[in-house]
Design a protein around this ligand. Structure first.
Ligand code: NAD
Ligand code: GLY
Length: 362
């Protein structure tokens, strides 16, 4: 990433390929990026009550001359529901939205996942643009077209693959992101190093403090390297028939922790941090990976201010039960993402319940 420049990566998916624009002050300096991504004469902007007062005014210039509506939902994971999905459908209906409407998801992964799913369903699919404003959404959820809402029974159980038409990452929006949310996003950044890229993991070890202190160059590099990994794996395996599943490292454990915690005990990124440690521990105990790599992972996550222990009060058998509803499972058998060490994640079937239960604890 170079000074004030806009960097553009691409997710290569044939005639559904799309750009990921990354840079500071993109919304104010480059309204044409949003303008060009929106087709048709109508736009619906979906945002949440924390983000809308800060950034809605930045997207309006990019919508000039379009008839646009705005829907602002309360913030937080507990809003990623079928009820909120219905609200977006009614917002489309209320503006008499036709098939060429574009939805703009302005916010974190909650708004992005909900908005993307709504765009996948309105009139069987309309365009949408991701404008992520959390680090987690910039490096992961805004890219790749996984859209969903949660059920009380489990995370992301109702959803669709529906690719955005563009991703516009204005890195300046991170300036208002609370520290805890920044750290949660760093968990997904660590994930790319853990599963694909030992050199990136080592880079993160060397730059942990700069990232925590929001050094602009370090954050920009982390975002770009993460998006490059995400774009590559999505291009290879859009619908997760193969190695896209590796992106779920830590997620089967983590989703169970989020579900049992009622979607408010831990943030998604925090749950992923704990889940990655569980997966690394299971890998080491089953002889697949060096225990020293678990220690490096725990140490990096702790330096980044992330939790690494499963909350003590969550019942381990109930967590295992929640893991059985994971989308990767086949014919009732658990499929986990483990690793052979840093940078080398693997899909593993047939792990015994006893080993999974033990992995929750050191
Ligand atoms: P989030 O959307 O809840 O945002 C976190 C909090 O930060 C919210 O309170 C929000 O209002 C606030 N916020 C957002 N941007 C801000 C800003 N710039 N300044 C101040 N406050 C701001 O959570 P998230 O961590 O962005 O996303 C988590 C969700 O993403 C989960 O539901 C997870 O399942 C999903 N996810 C999806 C994918 C995918 O591939 N689709 C990948 C990873 C995660
Ligand atoms: N975040 C997991 C995926 O996009 O596949």
């Amino acid at each position: 990433m170079n000074g004030m420049d806009v960097r553009t990566l691409r997710v290569e998916l044939g005639d559904r390929s799309y750009p990921i624009h990354i840079g500071p002050a993109l919304l104010s300096r480059h309204p044409e990026l949003l303008f060009d991504a929106v087709r048709g004469s109508q736009a619906l902007v979906l945002s949440d009550a924390n983000v809308a007062p800060l950034y809605l005014s930045f997207v309006r210039p990019g919508l000039s001359a379009r008839s646009s509506a705005e829907l602002v939902i309360p913030p937080g994971e507990r809003e990623k529901t079928l009820d909120r999905f219905a609200e977006v459908m009614h917002a489309f209906a209320g503006m008499r939205a036709s098939r060429d409407v574009t939805l703009i998801a302005l916010g974190g992964g909650v708004v992005g996942d909900l908005g993307g799913f709504a765009a996948a369903c309105w009139m069987r699919g309309v365009r949408f643009v991701q404008v992520p404003t959390t680090l987690l959404a910039m490096v992961d959820s805004s890219v790749g077209g996984k859209t969903a809402v949660d059920l009380p029974e489990g995370k992301n159980l109702v959803g669709a693959f529906h690719q955005p038409s563009a991703v516009i990452i204005d890195t300046d929006t991170l300036s208002t992101l609370p520290d805890r949310e920044l750290r949660a996003g760093l968990a997904e950044v660590v994930k790319y190093g853990a599963i694909f890229d030992a050199a990136f993991f080592a880079w993160l070890e060397a730059h942990a403090e700069s990232l925590l202190h929001r050094d602009a160059a370090a954050l920009a590099e982390a975002i770009e390297r993460s998006c490059r990994h995400k774009a590559d794996v999505v291009a290879r395996d859009e619908t997760e028939q193969g190695d896209r599943a590796l992106l779920n490292f830590g997620h089967t454990f983590g989703h169970a922790i989020e579900t049992l915690g009622g979607y408010e005990l831990v943030l998604h990124g925090e749950a992923v941090a704990i889940g990655m440690v569980c997966a690394a521990r299971l890998s080491a105990r089953s002889g697949r990976a060096p225990a020293a790599d678990t220690e490096r992972l725990v140490s990096l996550l702790r330096r980044l201010g992330l939790p690494t222990d499963t909350p003590g009060h969550l019942d381990r058998h109930a967590l295992l039960d929640a893991m059985r509803l994971d989308k990767k499972n086949r014919s009732g058998a658990l499929r986990l993402i483990l690793w052979n060490g840093i940078g080398a994640a693997r899909i593993v079937d047939g792990v015994g319940d006893g080993d999974v239960l033990k992995a929750f604890d050191a």
